[in-house]
Ligand binder design. Structure first.
Ligand SMILES: Cc1ncc(COP(=O)(O)O)c(C=O)c1O
Length: 360
């Protein structure tokens, strides 16, 4: 006899990227930042006291919410701190979607979205992206037609890295009045500053159905810490903050380190510039080898391997044999001839480029 709820018994779980123990692997498969966290974060870690551990943390990460609010020009009650951006995704689904209601998202995108919807016993509605990974022009109409209660847009898009302009997002938010629009900005720190991309403006402008997801995992080199946050109208943040999140969802150490991180954004931004430089280099060299690389504003690139002696899957396997890990999405037909490669350090990218040159 199974004790699971029926939908849980039926669903499949999220499959995380490989996390090898082996230190000499060139790890370009889960989009970690190749550079260390901000110096201020390591100093805050050294300053953690026994008392901070003995006592419960602030339940809503008040100091972090104040610090993040200042950085983004919003109010602290428009911020929620979470145990990694993934927790925010779980919270939005469990707070705003009833079982059997519809969660919409562009396909392909982050494979956790349908898993969280399935756990809530919600229905999913996949809206295919066009061949160039753009959202279709009738994205909102499609969401409204099926009566979606919540929709995800990951921006920059994963796994292509394509950036949707804020005005397009604004049109989606305005047209999707009956639902909550989650803009997943896990990779937004790597967007070229010349683009002047700032989706927080939607919240500042009072669009009350928008929640932005931010993560310290990639931009701040803190994937091991598990800390992220949401930015949205107080109307959306409050039920998650006061009802659906765990009472102490973020711990004392991560709160202290997260405050140090966001108040020293300039230190993290040094790594964003370095990643962008390496991204341009990788794209240039791979295109120079005749490979197609999608235009990316993220810290990863999507490379098409076709018409070669080795296909994408074999290239992935050969790279792995050489202790270079990249991501291959075997189950999605649109991604079957592609590899998603995290932008690494100069040395890691040297190793990768040399191997790819030999293989393809
Ligand atoms: C598109 C996307 N959104 C959200 C997340 C969540 O990141 P985290 O839970 O590490 O903050 C990830 C992590 O890989 C991601 O790829």
């Amino acid at each position: 006899m199974s004790y699971e709820r029926e939908n849980i018994a039926k669903m499949a779980g999220y499959v995380p990227g490989e996390q090898p123990e082996d230190a000499d692997v060139v790890k370009l498969n889960t989009n970690e930042n190749p550079y260390p966290p901000p110096r201020a974060v390591m100093q805050a870690l050294a300053g953690v006291t026994a008392d901070q551990l003995r006592r419960y943390p602030n339940p809503t990460a008040r100091k972090f919410r104040e610090a993040a609010a200042k950085v983004h020009g919003v109010k602290p009650d428009e911020i929620i701190a979470v145990n990694g951006g993934d927790e925010l995704l779980r919270l939005v689904v469990s707070t705003f979607v009833d079982p059997h209601q519809v969660v919409g998202y562009a396909d392909p995108s982050y494979s956790l979205y349908p898993v969280l919807a399935a756990a809530q016993d919600a229905k999913v509605f996949r809206i295919p992206l066009d061949d160039d990974w753009h959202l279709p022009a009738d994205y909102v109409e499609q969401l409204n037609r099926v009566g979606a209660k919540l929709a995800f847009v990951v921006n920059p898009h994963a796994p292509s890295g394509r950036l949707t302009p804020v005005n397009d997002l604004r049109r989606i938010a305005e047209g999707f009045a009956a639902g909550v629009l989650v803009i997943d900005e896990a990779y937004v720190d790597f967007v070229d500053p010349a683009r002047k991309h700032d989706a927080v403006q939607l919240v500042r402008d009072g669009l009350d159905n928008v929640i932005l997801l931010r993560s310290l995992s990639k931009g701040y080199s803190l994937a091991g810490l598990r800390f992220g946050y949401g930015i949205g109208s107080a109307k959306l943040i409050k039920p998650m903050l006061t009802k659906t999140k765990d009472s102490y969802n973020t711990d004392a150490i991560s709160q202290a380190l997260a405050v140090a991180a966001v108040t020293h954004k300039d230190q993290a931004a040094e790594t964003w510039a370095a990643v962008r430089e390496q991204r341009d280099r990788l794209c240039g060299e791979l295109r120079g080898m005749g490979l197609e690389v999608a235009e990316s504003q993220s810290n990863f690139i999507l490379v098409t391997i076709s018409g070669r002696s080795l296909d994408a899957q074999k290239t992935y396997e050969e790279l792995k044999r050489r202790k270079i890990l990249v991501r291959y999405f075997s189950v999605d037909p649109r991604l079957a001839d592609k590899l998603r490669i995290t932008v690494g350090s100069t040395v890691e990218n040297d190793v990768l480029l040399r191997a790819i040159k030999e293989l393809v």
